[in-house]
Write a protein that binds this ligand. Sequence first.
Ligand code: AMP
Length: 449
Amino acid sequence: MQFSDFGLDSKIMSTVEHLGFNEPTEIQQQAIPAAMTGHDLIASSKTGSGKTLAFIIPALQRLLKNRALSKRDPRVVILTPTRELAKQVFTQLRMFTTGSQFKAVLILGGENFNDQVKTLEKDPHFIVATPGRLADHLTQGHFYLSGLELLILDEADRMLDLGFAEQLAQINKAADHRKRQTLMFSATLDHAQVNDFALALLKKPKRIAIGSAHTEHKDITKRFYLCDNLTHKEKLLEHFIKNEDHQQMIIFTATRADTDRLSTMLTEQGLSTVALSGELNQGQRNQIMDGFSKGQQKILITTDLASRGLDLINVSHVINFDMPKHTEEFVHRIGRTGRAGSKGESISFVGPKDWLSFKNVEGFLQQKLNFTAVKGLKAKFKGLKPKKVIIENIVKDNTKSATVNKKQKTKKIVKNSFLAQDAGDLPVLKRKQAVAPQDIENTDINEID
Ligand code: AMP
């Protein structure tokens, strides 16, 4: 299939050709024609799969082919969970709107409010925004959505996880009219709140599920290394920076304090490093990301802040110095490499504190993940055993011979409960004794180097 098969306006086609894209990606093949029919859409697609153009192209086509419902109101609003992703979407949109009759603006939290008021007064056709700030402008009457033709929710699951449900509902209500079309994208469609939201916002949506977040990204290799402690992780990190042939690298840590500490450590070693640390304002963050995307540094250290929306073609390696707290974040983090068909490597460190997250990722990806070890840096830690939770079960004996109900005690071991609350979740069963986690003997270790 070719882009020319969609029957797109020649202005869109010339930008697509200028970008050098011949074949639409899988999500584009399905979402573009479906959205062009005017249907609402709920779609899941892997990170880096080309989903941004899967909604930008039909949006532009609609604007070019239909008359505006209102002269002043924005015609398309695109909402994203993070500022970084919004900027990424905006960059792709600008490739199509620059030199056209359409004005596109970016409205982000953390940036000057009054400047944004002036921007909105210019009656843009497209608004790309984070939901909190856009809802603030809406509340203050800086723009109206009665003429909105397309509402696009990018990474709806993440927006809901971040607590934007109220703002999304407010924006939806302000644009609640018959002619509005809604396109909703989510990393996964198995998300209860996304499904509830879809029911409330979308009209008879067409569902498109392409390689959900659970499926393997064939261009990204995943390696896991057991670690004893922080010092061990730092030694492994130094080993990989020194010995892996890499272009650019992103290192993800659990906290901003860890980001700062690692950044100091690597900078002291003379490595070209930059960190998205906690102290930065939005302008500084933008500057850092721009510099990194231009290749000014080789290593970026960050928390999950930068796990989405960064389209960095030269990132060959992602290192999870700590495993992510939210399981789906793993997919987004490693999706920063292996973009648009290039190969990528992901390396994850799994210490005792990461064990539960590791098991959750294993469950999420629905595959057994094996460990690799570096010669001379092999961990003593071999994983945690599921907690043995001895439970008391009160069973009623209803046999005919029994004159009274007899209480029977049974003992069970609850598997996979690394956390006490797992056992507590079980109904009618009483937790009696929890045995401290112990090392597992039989974890798979493959020696390399
Ligand atoms: P996305 O998933 O939207 O973040 O896109 C990931 C990358 O794929 C971006 O660099 C896009 O420019 C690129 N891309 C989008 N569509 C295509 C296509 N049809 N062919 C090749 N690359 C594409």
